[in-house]
Design a binder for this molecule. Structure first.
Ligand code: IBG
Length: 220
């Protein structure tokens, strides 16, 4: 029997949350080792467990994978979230990369200095409203991004819509198809379970978490 994947990261969203979402969406149970001290990170680095001395790191199928996108791709391939052929896979990948560009702005926001936070909100709003959501709105008349099955883009997109909703609730609310899509995807049983407060889903970063991450990982 294959052992459960083990995730190494602080107990927060950052670059690990998409991996949590993707595992949960496929119904895979996983364990987590939360990094709380510099010594823990140092131990992983000293033991040559981190290829580029960075986390996220995921132990899966006898490998110690780093690079968040690589991990997402591995899970997507393994659990059939990457379409049925090379063209579908490439389409999914293209949308995922665009969506992750928007998600990256949301993820970095809590770690910015107050002045940069204001600028980032302006830029994020512009890009969400004029660049990304019009694209999503066009394709989201259907239940899934592609065909009749869940794909990696669905998982990344629902995460992004919900994270943006926490920060700028009016944006997703003003795109009708995105709203309907968000409700449908949120009702998929594996995802519904992830959305309850006791799940492995991490809350938005608070000041204590931001401080911890700064001492541990220097995100900027
Ligand atoms: N390209 C890598 C990936 O995508 O996995 C980047 C990984 C990365 O930046 N890791 C950071 C790290 O390990 C933690 S995530 N830093 C320690 C070091 O020595 O470089 C940082 C991050 C957070 C929150 I926390 C938002 C965005 C980034």
């Amino acid at each position: 029997m294959e052992s459960r994947p083990k995730l190494h990261y602080p107990s927060g969203r950052g670059r690990m949350e998409s991996i949590r979402w993707t595992l949960v969406a496929t119904g895979v149970e996983f364990d987590e080792e939360f990094l709380e001290t510099r010594d823990q990170l140092q131990n992983l680095q000293d033991g040559n467990h981190l290829l580029f001395q960075q986390v996220p790191m995921v132990e899966i199928d006898g490998m110690k994978l780093v690079q968040a996108r690589t991990v997402l791709h591995y899970i997507a391939e393994k659990f059939h979230l990457f379409g049925n052929d090379l063209k579908e896979k490439t389409l999914i990948d293209m949308y995922v990369e665009g969506t992750l560009d928007l998600l990256e702005m949301i993820i970095m926001h809590p770690f910015l200095k107050p002045d940069n936070k204001k600028k980032s909100i302006v830029s994020m709003t512009q890009k969400a409203v004029f660049r990304y959501f019009p694209v999503f709105e066009k394709i989201l008349r259907q239940t899934f991004f592609i065909g009749s099955q869940l794909s990696l883009e669905d998982v990344i997109l629902i995460q992004t819509i919900l994270a943006l909703e926490e920060l700028l609730p009016n944006i997703p609310a003003s795109f009708t198809h995105c709203q309907g899509y968000s409700v449908k995807i949120s009702n998929i049983p594996t995802i519904k379970k992830f959305l309850v407060p006791s799940s492995k889903k991490k809350p938005p970063p608070d000041d204590v978490y931001v401080k911890t991450v700064y001492t541990l990982l220097a995100p900027l």
